[in-house]
Design a protein around this ligand. Structure first.
Ligand SMILES: [Zn+2]
Length: 181
């Protein structure tokens, strides 16, 4: 049983794949591992460098409804709900995680038409599930393993501007007490 029934099947990746990718992304864009990941700036300035036609849109809550964000990795397009975008700018941990999750879909699922895919992944292994993968990559991007492994959850919250829940989940995953995040 897992909590990713909304996901769809994508090529398999492990947490270690995402840890290495997150490290490479920070290096490529000169973001030190000790720094909080600048999610909004990454959306605005880094993704357009990776994909010429990349665009993101901030969409009214009345249109997005329950969706906090939506990514079309095959179209290089990310939609972020207005209140979530503003929350991310205001350093709210939960909203920063949402933006990192959508960025991760674009980085990890480049070229895959996620919105067209079958959304019945409850029985899939986590490592083949698009939603687990995006959460996993978001966690690695926001909270670098080499830095957090010796930190307390509260220390991680302060340093990386994430929610306490995200910090605790990442710490457990980093220390290997749980297989999934
Ligand atoms: Zn997602």
């Amino acid at each position: 049983m897992n909590h990713y029934a909304e996901g769809c099947e994508v090529p398999p990746h492990s947490r270690m794949d995402f840890r290495l990718l997150a490290k490479a992304v920070r290096k490529e864009f000169g973001i030190p591992e000790a720094d909080a990941f600048p999610v909004v700036q990454f959306l605005e300035f880094a993704l357009p460098q990776l994909y010429d036609d990349f665009e993101y849109q901030v969409v009214e809550e009345s249109i997005m409804g329950e969706n906090h964000g939506m990514t079309y990795p095959d179209q290089h397009r990310i939609l972020i709900r207005e209140d979530v975008y503003e929350g991310a700018i205001a350093d709210k941990g939960r909203d920063r995680f949402t933006v990192a999750h959508e960025i991760s879909h674009q980085l990890v699922h480049e070229g895959i038409p996620l919105t067209m895919a079958r959304r019945d992944a409850g029985k899939l292994e986590l490592y083949r599930n698009s939603e687990w993968q995006a959460d996993c990559m978001a966690g690695e991007l926001l909270m670098p393993y080499s830095e957090i492994k010796m930190m307390s959850p509260r220390g991680i919250v302060d340093a990386y501007r994430v929610s306490l829940t995200a910090a605790e989940t990442q710490l457990k995953a980093a220390l290997g007490r749980r297989r999934c995040a």
